[in-house]
Design a protein around this ligand. Structure first.
Ligand SMILES: Nc1ncnc2c1ncn2[C@@H]1O[C@H](COP(=O)(O)OP(=O)(O)O)[C@@H](O)[C@H]1O
Ligand SMILES: [Mg+2]
Length: 304
């Protein structure tokens, strides 16, 4: 499959701070690619270089086979951007914001209005088209920014934390629409610090921290390879006791008031723990998740 974005040894420096420290990745056409990482990992910095908003400091980066560069108009014309900041004009109406943006992509006023109305329907905002942006809720503004990003019928849509701060319903609508777009052939790049978002949207996840890639793969591959099949949550036992009892059956991690044992055989772990002199207060078996992967890789919990 053709890669639409290719990075080799990609770097970004802000003065003394190296925010991105040598990334290698390929985004395949028609897929959803996610950068997953905590705040400060370098996700937005990477996205801004892909979107040609910020020059690279080292390595190479091509988009549609063209070197990414702040003046690369041929890249920008084929790409839609949903940045973390919305850059909407709050005094203008929803429709006016869309039409204004459509002009950048070379649409006539009429084409932009028609396309804008389609997109407002798609994002469930049609009823708000005559409202000023300042009258919209945060979730509505986010949906408008996604609609705006689609006005030029982009081959590639890049979204920086598309659902941060949204309520669960608005988040579900955005996920549904993004999945539909991907099915229609649009390539998606998203950043997120939500595990569930990465798991639901992405075909390929790059886990980042401190400007580096820690691991990459499909959600299922990452979970199986790094966390194993299952997790046994254990309450009421010390970490050293559990570690000793399970031996090489799995790995133990502290999780607030519980311990998680990551294993390929929860059954064996449970019977080992029940056979010990000290008994757990409670145990719960669940499938291993991306959250387990993230904790194993970074030692950090992404839940806020
Ligand atoms: N314009 C900038 N100037 C200086 N430092 C920046 C700038 N943008 C981001 N940084 C720093 O670069 C690092 C990565 O930031 P960022 O890419 O925004 O991470 P993320 O999007 O993963 O939260 C952070 O330490 C941040 O403070
Ligand atoms: Mg960011």
């Amino acid at each position: 499959m053709a890669s639409i974005v290719a990075a080799r040894g990609l770097r970004k420096r802000y003065g003394d701070l190296e925010a991105v420290r040598g990334l290698d990745f390929d985004v395949e056409e028609g897929r959803c690619f996610a950068f997953l990482g905590p705040n400060g990992a370098g996700k937005s910095t990477t996205i801004r270089m892909i979107c040609c908003q910020s020059p690279i400091s080292g390595g190479s980066l091509t988009v549609f086979g063209i070197p990414a560069h702040p003046h690369a108009v041929r890249i920008k014309q084929q790409m839609g951007v949903v940045a973390q900041e919305d850059y909407l004009d709050r005094e203008l109406t929803v429709e006016e914001n869309l039409v204004l943006h459509g002009r950048f992509y070379g649409l006539s006023g009429r084409e932009a209005r028609e396309r804008g109305q389609e997109l407002l329907t798609f994002m469930q905002l049609y009823a708000k088209r005559q409202n000023r942006v300042k009258e919209l809720s945060g979730g509505m503004r986010r949906r408008l920014v996604i609609a705006r990003g689609l006005i030029g019928r982009p081959r590639l849509l890049v979204l920086d934390e598309p659902t941060t701060g949204l309520d669960p319903q608005a988040r579900l609508l955005v996920w549904t629409r993004l999945n539909e777009l991907r099915q229609s052939g649009v390539t998606l790049i998203v950043t997120t610090h939500y595990m569930e978002e990465a798991a639901r949207l992405a075909d390929h996840i790059v886990v980042m921290d401190h400007g580096r890639i820690l691991e990459a793969g499909s959600p299922a591959d990452l979970v199986e390879r790094i966390a194993g099949r299952e997790a046994v949550e254990v309450w009421g036992l010390e970490e050293t006791v559990v570690a000793e009892q399970i031996g090489n059956l799995g790995r133990v991690q502290a999780r607030g008031d519980s311990l998680a044992v990551l294993t390929d055989s929860a059954e064996a772990v449970v019977s080992r723990l029940l056979a010990g002199a000290l008994k757990p207060e409670r145990m719960q078996v669940r499938p291993a998740s991306l959250e387990d992967v993230f904790l194993l890789l970074t030692g950090k919990d992404l839940r806020e």
